[in-house]
Design a protein around this ligand. Structure first.
Ligand code: DLL
Length: 457
């Protein structure tokens, strides 16, 4: 297997393969301890070299980037250090929509071997393309991601991320094959059958959204199948915000280690960043991406440790190079040493997206904060939806929760008051709480719908 775009700085680090670091596997894909533990100054050198090439490639081959750079009065050759990148303009989702479908591609269309697209529920879909080299790189980085999560060559890997235009299914699939796993390409849905196959095939690794993993756990319990007694050991979960509390819940109900992975289609798909067994933030693969956090209001870059919007620049993509892509995801970066030995920057758990933030009576709240309060409260199941309405000039929030099975309706009032009180005291937001019967909240088969916004209707 090759990793495209290797250069001298990296070649020197590629030579030997020694030892193990936590959460790595060394067979069958070009894992190298040297890349993931590269000293930060060498990583920066590699990034600068690749960034220069990427800026040049984007400027020469994508009219959007040429126009934007010209407008901002910058040229690729103006970049002499990584910090010079802050002089270059941001890219936003609308730029991709405006260029629909293929206007942002930096290579002739015939060189694009794969196309994915967003569902387009909130506008025109965003379309992303890959050369065969990009696909190869993605498989390699996803193999690295899976290895970091604890998957091993030879594992049965049950892939319940959706296959199709969504990048989750095929992204995880190619990575798992590259790592040397036996992949079960299940996709989402048909939950009873998923459970039979997880059990009968002896899956060790489950790839799914965290909300779908919870759905699987719940259906297995209903069917009387105790997945904790089987071979399942590792959950590779991502594609949506989830809380530490939800992690504990799913770990306990499935008897696994649940690992957070991050990615987005505009940048590549899954495999942009992954936790290691330390579970202390997601290592962003800095040999292929450059991560910044900015103040979402002013656009100014923020130092490590400060919370803001994650901005990503690709360093090795051919078909769709992205310069300073504003992800809308809210997080912090840290370059503090990680116990696993990796040196790549860590992206702390993404608590939510700018677009998902609700402002209720002046208080900013993300669905994952409400989740953290709900999960583990007595008599409450971990399924929920937030309903936002406008009354007069005020936005109001109703938190729909579900009572655990076996709890009678006479207790609903008390449960509702308890949850309302805890949301108010822990998050500071006043809300109504509607307690529903078991099974009333829709179950997720992929990305969970956490908010029903009735203001727009
Ligand atoms: O969700 C890619 C993916 C697939 C990642 C499978 C991980 C696993 P998109 O559909 O383009 O791509 O959605 C990207 O999902 O900007 C975040 O808002 C959110 N997201 C993805 N991973 C996480 C995570 C895939 N671990 C958008 N935590 C991103 C929180 C996440 N949010």
């Amino acid at each position: 297997m090759r990793e495209g775009g290797l250069n001298r700085a990296e070649e020197t680090h590629k030579k030997s393969r020694q030892g193990e670091i936590m959460g790595t596997a060394t067979d069958n894909y070009m894992f190298s301890k040297e890349k993931e533990t590269m000293p930060r100054n060498q990583l920066a050198e590699l990034q600068l070299e690749r960034l220069k090439k990427t800026l040049e490639h984007a400027y020469r081959n994508v009219s959007h980037f040429k126009a934007k750079f010209d407008e901002a009065g910058v040229r690729p050759e103006d970049l002499n250090s990584l910090s010079d990148l802050s002089r270059f303009p941001f890219t936003v989702k609308n730029d991709l929509r405006d260029a629909y479908p293929f206007g942002m591609f930096a290579v002739p269309r015939k060189d694009v071997v794969r196309i994915h697209a967003s569902s387009g529920t909130t506008g025109k879909p965003t379309v992303v393309g890959y050369t065969s080299h990009d696909i190869d790189m993605w498989a390699y980085l996803m193999a690295r991601t899976l290895a970091s999560a604890g998957a091993r060559p030879g594992d049965i890997l049950h892939n319940a991320y959706g296959y199709g235009l969504f990048t989750g299914g095929l992204g995880a699939h190619y990575g798992a094959e590259r790592l040397g796993c036996s992949v079960v390409p299940m996709s989402g849905g048909n939950t009873e059958r998923q459970i039979v196959l997880i059990k009968d095939f002896g899956a060790r690794v489950l790839c799914a959204t965290p909300s779908y993993a919870l759905n699987i756990a719940e259906v297995a319990e209903k069917e009387g199948v105790d997945l904790r007694k089987g071979d399942l050991k590792v959950g590779v979960f991502g594609a949506e915000p989830w809380s530490e509390e939800m992690r504990r819940e799913v770990e306990e109900r499935l008897g696994i280690q649940a690992i957070d992975i991050y990615g987005l289609s505009e940048i590549m798909g899954p495999g942009v960043a992954a936790e290691c067994p330390e579970k202390a933030g997601l290592h962003g693969w800095e040999d292929h991406f450059l991560f910044e956090v900015i103040d979402p209001e002013t656009g100014a870059p923020l130092p490590y440790g400060e919370q803001g919007e994650l901005v990503i620049t690709t360093l090795t993509k051919q078909a769709l190079p992205m310069i300073r892509y504003r992800t809308r995801d809210i997080t912090k970066l840290t370059d503090e040493k990680c116990g696993c030995g990796r040196t790549h920057v860590r992206i702390l758990r993404v608590t939510g997206r700018n677009d998902d933030m609700l402002i209720i009576r002046g208080v900013n709240v993300y669905p994952s904060q409400i989740e953290a309060v709900l999960v583990g409260r007595p008599h409450v199941s971990p399924h929920y939806q937030l309903v936002v309405q406008r009354e007069g000039s005020m936005d109001t929030l109703t938190v729909e929760i579900e009572a655990e099975s076996g709890v009678g309706p006479e207790s609903y009032d008390g449960i509702g008051k308890d949850v309302q009180h805890h949301i108010k005291s822990l998050i500071g937001v006043s809300c109504r709480v509607a307690v529903m019967s078991p099974g009333d909240i829709p179950r997720s088969q992929g990305k969970a719908v956490r908010v029903r916004d009735l203001r727009k209707k």
